[in-house]
Ligand binder design. Structure first.
Ligand code: ATP
Ligand code: MG
Ligand code: MG
Ligand code: MG
Length: 541
């Protein structure tokens, strides 16, 4: 049996070594020669040049476990993290590759052999998807893959599902090597529920209990900037399986956080929390269901984010105001906010999780242990600087939120206005946010935003500018209250500030570095309410 994550990781590598694969090291989280990518988001990144035919390796088959980060660009899972139990910011992607060597047949046969014969997964719970074709892209349905599933494996033929491009055509970014894929999903629901509703209906339907575990990509194209697909000279295989997910499956868990990969981090965070009722991730003395879940989410976010933060710093990223550094700073501030508001931390705590992390991962990824003191020092300094303003910023936010919520929940604006005009401290804050002493005008502007169920852009700007709240953090806090953020106004204010800083520096006055905020204000995720300017297009060097 395969018990620990260490054994499971190793058994994947051993399996592919037996099939003639060279075991290669993980590439760093910061891509080495790829300006289109902010962070490594898949195992294939380091082989991009081989797929494109511009580079080569001394082997035709490779396998590894790759450190991945999905918090920017085309693959951004940040909103899910902590709320669901199987999307992480940082995760390990186990992969095997063929560079112009074997193709679909072997990829499918070996994936099945590993899952069913070696690891003993129940074939009745497994599903395979194949690409249904795409007229716009000029692609036929992948009948070949569907047939191979039937001839090469013992899968129940009714467990093969044709799915659209959204799920079954894999691209690392807007351009680059890509192709149709075939994915393996596992149905973790209890027997009786499975009898009532066959899992095939739930594949790729957002039910966390029917989870994607492995993606087999058949790389045959290069996506060009104009959207056309250019056929590659050779056909390649690129697979990716989330280690955290397969470990959960093999350890009989329904949540990745219940595995040995996260346990030491969750336990340490719970122990460190000053809250008396937080004894352990599985030992919460909290009667209220919603509050208990809130605490569990906070612990999961903290345990997730520390991995991303520590590994990024180990690979040379320094938290800062722009580019990659700002992505990491935002993750860190997000974790600190959860820790402060929900787990009652008032002192730096995140840095204390580096030790259990280094201990857990040290044998496979020695970089965290090697740089541990440095990583701890950087994280601690970042925590201290944010904690200096976090409390005041939160108090600010919390003072004004009830008025926005009252409006959103249907209170007449007149009623809200009357109450607001009686609340001296709230009025002081509004004056500050709107930069005016004209209270009536500030209240009117505030209520206009309230009517749109939005936190005013002025408030988001002030929180950013004075209290160091990345705007995606303000958006998250707003969302928790059922509100949005007026991003158009926020961005207008950011733009104005940059213009002012640029003008100031032209005159030799020490202003903000002109591009300091340029990357910073771009949103971490693409919401529906504003145009997303992808990190993948940000110049970083
Ligand atoms: P999902 O549909 O669950 O978001 P995906 O299709 O985006 O996954 P792929 O790009 O196909 O994922 O990546 C290959 C594998 O990596 C997935 O099958 C999954 O096991 C794992 N994986 C992807 N994203 C994450 C994540 N955010 N956290 C943990 N594992 C992940
Ligand atoms: Mg995804
Ligand atoms: Mg998917
Ligand atoms: Mg996938």
């Amino acid at each position: 049996t395969y018990k620990s994550s260490e054994q499971i990781r190793q058994s994947f590598l051993d399996f592919f070594r037996e099939k003639g694969h060279e075991i290669v090291p993980s590439a760093p989280l910061v891509p080495q020669n790829d300006p289109t990518l902010l962070f490594t988001n898949a195992g294939m990144n380091q082989f991009k040049d081989v797929f494109l035919g511009t580079g080569s390796r001394p082997y035709k088959r490779a396998a590894d476990t790759q450190k991945c980060l999905r918090v920017s660009g085309k693959h951004n899972d940040l909103e899910e993290v902590g709320h669901d139990t199987y999307h992480h910011t940082f995760f390990e992607m186990l992969g095997n590759w063929s560079f112009g060597d074997y193709f679909k047949r072997e990829a499918i046969r070996w994936a099945w052999e590993l899952l069913v014969e070696r690891w003993g997964l129940d074939p009745d719970r497994l599903y395979a998807t194949v690409h249904e074709g795409d007229e716009a892209l000029g692609l036929e349905p992948d009948i070949e893959a569907a047939e191979l599933w039937k001839t090469e494996t013992s899968i129940d033929p009714t467990h093969i599902k044709f799915c659209p491009t959204k799920d079954n055509f894999w691209m690392m970014g807007d351009t680059g090597p890509c192709g149709p894929c075939s994915e393996i999903h596992i149905d973790l629901r209890p027997e009786e529920e499975r009898r009532r509703l066959p899992g095939i209906a739930l594949v790729n339907a957002g039910d966390p209990r029917v989870m994607e575990i492995w993606n087999l990509v058949f790389i045959q194209y290069n996506a060009l900037p104009d959207g056309r697909l250019e056929p590659l000279k050779a056909k390649h295989v690129d697979t990716g399986m989330g280690l955290e997910r397969i470990v959960a499956v093999l350890q009989g868990k329904t949540s990745n956080y219940d595995t040995d990969l996260f346990a030491p981090l969750l336990e340490r965070a719970a122990q460190l929390s000053p809250r008396e009722d937080v004894r352990g991730y599985d030992d919460l003395r909290i009667a209220d269901d919603r509050e208990r879940e809130r605490v569990r989410v906070a612990l999961r976010v903290v345990a997730d984010h520390i991995r991303a933060i520590a590994f990024a710093i180990a690979d040379g990223v320094v938290p800062g105001p722009a580019g990659r550094g700002y992505v990491i700073r935002r993750l860190l501030r997000r974790a600190v906010r959860y820790g402060y508001q929900i787990l009652a931390f008032r002192e730096p705590f995140l840095y204390q999780l580096v030790e259990p992390l280094a201990h857990k991962m040290g044998r496979v990824f020695p970089e965290v242990e090697r740089h541990r003191t440095y990583i701890e020092r950087v994280i601690r300094a970042e925590e201290e600087s944010f904690l200096a303003t976090l409390g005041t910023g939160l108090a600010f936010f919390e003072r004004l939120i009830p008025y926005l919520k009252a409006t959103a929940e249907g209170q007449p604006l007149e009623v809200v206005r009357t109450e607001l005009l009686r609340d001296g401290p709230a009025l002081d804050l509004l004056e500050k946010a709107y930069g005016t002493t004209d209270r009536q005008a500030a209240v009117a502007a505030f209520l206009k935003s309230a009517a749109e169920k939005n936190v005013p852009g002025e408030l988001a700007f002030l929180l950013h500018d004075t209290y160091g709240f990345p705007v995606d953090l303000t958006q998250l806090m707003a969302r928790e209250e059922g509100l949005g953020v007026d991003m158009a106004q926020y961005e207008a204010l950011m733009h104005r500030q940059r213009e002012r800083a640029r003008a100031a520096s032209t005159f030799g006055i020490a202003g903000l570095p002109a591009d300091e905020e340029a990357a910073g204000w771009q949103r971490i995720s693409d919401g529906e309410d504003s145009v997303f300017v992808g990190y993948d297009t940000t110049r970083v060097d």
